[in-house]
Design a protein around this ligand. Structure first.
Ligand code: ADP
Length: 453
């Protein structure tokens, strides 16, 4: 019983079968008991009416007449005197055992002496014949239990037939219902298996307004997300392979040349410096890759604490100052002295470093790079603006993607890995903020970071 529709149908059936069986048994018992009670009352009523006649005329002729009348009926009668000696009897048979049943007080309306229809041959009632306050005789009425058993058998047969029909209809209804419920579950299970085997773009085509419909929609969503993730992973791997190929080709090429004997020390030194430079690039690339992967992990957390922004920017400027001086690019900052922001200091320093490095790389000499910050009630805005080459508007959305570069060869010259801005964006978003870029007039670009206050 592996199939869920069988399991559902089986459990439903057992449950409903038990409930139906209990209900049927209760109904059956109640109907049979009612019928038996009715039979006993009818028998007693018949005895009472004989008794009424005999109370008026308790003589031999009437007694025999009453007995004679009963011979034509299904019931039998025995009329006795007060000592229970038989005066008349409608049919021969072994009915006399009831005559001496001890009944302490027999009500005037009579009573049942024997009602055990299952075990006894007759059911029997007694009605006292009274003259004034004295009992002068008794009317015993008998009904053979075989007729009651026949009646009960009839009821039993009908009950079995109805129970069988109900059980059949229940099984059919439960089977259809469980199929209706189980079919989408089976389809979903098959789709999940297909997804595990690598099939993409699963479409379930289950249009329902209930939880199963929602589950189907979630599976379809999951499938398309999985697709997207697979595609992203493949793109990422081929980008990494591509990024690694260039420095490795350089390293291999120059080490082959450096190993040849025909070159003097100076030439060999030059080749070895190129190899070192490329190795540094590789190290940078691997470090950035490692950091970005770490930032993208679901469990990654930044540790925010209040940081004096002026001091942080000042420190960053001091670190970059020499490189800016070498390229003759001015570097200034305007940060309110009282501004404290809640950030992860180490990670946010990385943001400023990356933006300053980019500003330096993509600016010419005799230009100016400026960092500013301002705070309003609900947010803090930090900008890094340069007077460099700027970023074409149609590329502004893409520069935050990993490995995206506007000018590949230029980025290589500057030693960029193409991941600086992706890392910046990731860190800013971990702070609950966002980053965008705008072009400046007449030239340059401005990176704007918005953080929640
Ligand atoms: P890279 O390591 O190549 O600098 P980034 O992710 O830091 O990678 O930047 C992505 C691309 O965005 C760069 O290749 C460059 O083309 C462009 N870019 C980034 N910052 C600037 C800037 N300040 N001025 C002009 N272009 C920029």
């Amino acid at each position: 019983m592996k199939n869920i529709s069988f399991k559902l149908a089986g459990s439903f059936f057992i449950l409903t079968f038990i409930i139906e069986a209990i209900l049927f048994a209760a109904l059956y018992t109640s109907i049979v008991n009612t019928r038996i009670t009715e039979e006993i009352h009818a028998l007693q009523g018949r005895g009472n009416s004989h008794r009424a006649v005999l109370e008026k005329h308790f003589d031999k002729k009437t007694i025999e007449h009453v007995a004679l009348m009963e011979t034509e009926a299904d019931t039998n009668v025995i009329i006795t005197d007060d000592k229970r000696n038989v005066l008349a009897q409608s049919a021969a048979g072994d009915m006399t055992e009831h005559l001496h049943f001890e009944e302490r007080s027999i009500p005037r309306s009579g009573t049942a002496l024997q009602s055990h229809w299952k075990t006894s041959k007759y059911i029997c009632t007694i009605s006292p014949i009274m003259k004034g306050r004295d009992t002068v005789g008794y009317v015993f009425m008998y009904l053979e239990t075989s007729s009651i058993k026949g009646l009960v058998q009839n009821i039993t047969n009908r009950f079995f037939a109805s129970f069988g029909l109900t059980a059949f209809l229940t099984v059919a209804a439960i089977y259809l219902l469980s199929r209706f419920l189980a079919r989408p579950i089976i389809m979903i299970k098959e789709s999940a298996e297909k997804m595990t085997n690598g099939q993409d773009n699963i479409s379930l085509n289950i249009k329902r307004n209930d939880e199963l419909g929602e589950l189907a929609a979630s599976i379809e969503n999951l499938s398309s997300n999985l697709n997207r993730l697979q595609k992203e992973r493949n793109d990422f791997l081929s980008s990494v392979a591509h990024e690694l190929r260039t420095p490795i080709t350089y390293i291999k090429g120059y080490s082959d040349i450096a190993m040849r004997d025909q070159f003097d020390v100076n030439a060999r030194h030059q080749y070895l410096s190129i190899i070192k430079e490329e190795t540094d690039n590789l190290t940078l690339l691997v470090d950035d890759l490692f950091l970005l992967t770490k930032l993208k992990q679901p469990g990654f957390h930044i540790e925010k604490k209040p940081v004096h922004l002026h001091t942080l920017v000042e420190k960053e400027i001091r670190k970059s100052q020499i490189a800016f001086l070498e390229k003759r690019i001015g570097l200034s900052y305007h940060i309110p002295l009282n501004l404290t922001v809640s950030i992860d200091e180490k990670r946010f320093s990385q943001v400023i470093t990356n933006l300053l490095n980019n500003a330096r790389h993509y600016s010419e000499s005799d230009t100016e790079v400026t960092i500013t910050a301002s705070a309003s009630k609900d947010r803090i805005i930090i900008t890094v603006a340069d007077e460099g080459c700027g970023i074409p508007e149609d590329e502004q959305d893409y520069i935050f993607e990993r490995f995206y570069r506007i000018d590949k060869s230029r980025s290589r010259q500057t030693g960029g890995t193409g991941m600086g801005l992706a890392i910046v964006k990731e860190i800013v978003e971990h702070h609950g903020g966002e980053i965008m870029v705008k072009n400046r007039h007449p030239k340059g670009s401005k990176f704007i970071i918005t953080l929640p206050a």
